[in-house]
Design a protein around this ligand. Structure first.
Ligand SMILES: [Zn+2]
Ligand SMILES: [Zn+2]
Length: 428
């Protein structure tokens, strides 16, 4: 038994924002009330802390099987709990690709063995994520995938995407799309605009994302499937999702912390630092402002990290050749608290919605609430804690972050998964 006392519980699933106690027994929420007592229970003093339903990251790359030198399921799950996440949903672009039930089962077993964050696999849309033939979607769903995606690659063929949506609708799975039309560009290194011109780098315009988002929304209307836009990054795409929602279409989207924090000007000022290179690329200030507005007005449903570990040697290549992506599990909650909550963009209630309630709803996870009887996944954080980000202390195997040395207000304090305290005060 674990009794969390003196904290402020924020749980949008029951419109609760109150100083109240939480009792956990046998991995479930046993009671939630004022001044609880429980004989023999371990007491967790959460004074000055916020207690929320466990945070869920809809978009991570854990690299196992195949690229264990970048990250393993265990090291990624450790980075997750260190960063305040109780669940992560991992993309299928491993080697082999998670396009069949045996890879799905392997990931689930490795996640269970790690005994840290819950690891929910996302299956591929197409075999080998090659964009041609559909993967074994029904089989993977039976094995435990929570969504399908070819993330890392867009599904360019509209016919393939249409059939994937028809299948996913029948299996009630969200289709997650990495929206990137070719737009006549190969080998882009950053956003196409004044800074790509200044830096002499090949750019990808925002239109590449917009074209693809428009197609997916159109197909969502045609098929009735649930479509989730991964890492949205442009003003026009946010506006299209806003309109789709107004029309009642089953379209949701997520944004990464780097897209609400950094712009293409930061790429320029970094002096070709490859930790500012990712897909989609960092966009101009006007796009960042539109994303912030989408977070404020409810258009954007979730904050997801797109945690993408790469070895230092790979990121040391010149900007053109370095791989895309940065890690995010151990900085996301802190960036959200500092950039969005502390600056008054969103409330703590809305933050918990973006990091827990909505992600659970989008992937149909049995999580995102602290109602009596719910699985006791809990994230406890300090909205005022201040610690400088030190990448050398990360639990992730990789260090590719642009946020090293940043001083942010707000930090995770403890992570409880299935009633077990798996991380507290910087230690597991
Ligand atoms: Zn992607
Ligand atoms: Zn990704």
């Amino acid at each position: 038994m674990l009794l969390i006392k003196n904290g402020t519980i924020i749980d949008p699933s029951q419109s609760l924002e109150k100083r109240i106690d939480l009792l956990i027994r046998d991995g479930r929420v046993e009671d939630i009330d004022e001044s609880l007592e429980a004989e023999g229970a371990e007491i967790f003093d959460a004074a000055d802390l916020i207690v929320a339903p466990g945070f869920i990251d809809l978009h991570v790359h854990l690299r196992e099987p195949g690229y264990e030198y970048k990250e393993t399921i265990a090291s990624g799950a450790r980075a997750a709990v260190a960063g305040g996440f109780t669940s992560v949903c991992c993309m299928p672009n491993t080697n082999p690709v998670n396009d069949n039930s045996s890879v799905t089962s392997f990931i689930i077993e490795q996640g269970r063995a790690a005994k840290l964050a819950n690891v929910f696999p996302i299956g591929a849309i197409t075999q080998g994520s090659k964009g041609e033939h559909l993967a074994e979607i029904g089989e993977m769903k039976a094995a435990g995938v929570v969504a399908i995606s070819d993330d890392g690659r867009p599904v360019r063929d509209s016919g393939v995407m249409r059939r994937a949506m028809e299948y996913s609708r029948d299996f009630d799975l969200a289709v997650v799309d990495h929206c990137e039309d070719g737009c006549g560009v190969t080998g882009w290194a950053m956003h196409e605009g004044e800074y790509s011109a200044l830096m002499g780098l090949n750019g990808l315009p925002g239109a590449a994302e917009d074209l693809h988002v428009a197609r997916d929304i159109t197909l969502a209307e045609l098929t009735g499937a649930r479509v989730h836009i991964a890492h949205i990054s442009t003003a026009r795409s946010v506006e299209m999702v806003r309109q789709a929602k107004r029309s009642g279409l089953p379209v949701t989207c997520e944004v990464t912390p780097h897209h609400f924090t950094l712009t293409d000007r930061d790429v320029y000022e970094s002096g070709y630092d490859t930790n500012f290179k990712m897909a989609p690329p960092l966009r101009p200030q006007s796009d960042l402002e539109a994303v912030i507005e989408g977070l404020r007005d409810g258009t954007i449903d979730a904050i997801a990290t797109d945690h993408a570990p790469h070895h230092a040697n790979e990121k040391m290549l010149e900007f053109d050749h370095a791989p895309n992506g940065i890690i995010g599990l151990e900085t996301a909650v802190r960036l959200t608290l500092d950039r969005l909550v502390d600056r008054g963009v969103i409330s703590l209630m809305r933050m918990v919605e973006l990091l827990s309630v909505n992600p659970a709803r989008i992937f149909n996870l049995n999580r995102g609430t602290l109602k009596v009887g719910a699985v006791a996944d809990v994230t406890i954080f300090d909205p005022n804690g201040e610690i400088k980000i030190d990448a050398s202390k990360f639990q992730s195997k990789s260090r590719n972050t642009p946020f090293g040395g940043w001083e942010l207000k707000g930090a995770p304090a403890a992570t409880i998964v299935g009633g077990r305290v798996v991380w507290r005060d910087g230690k597991g």
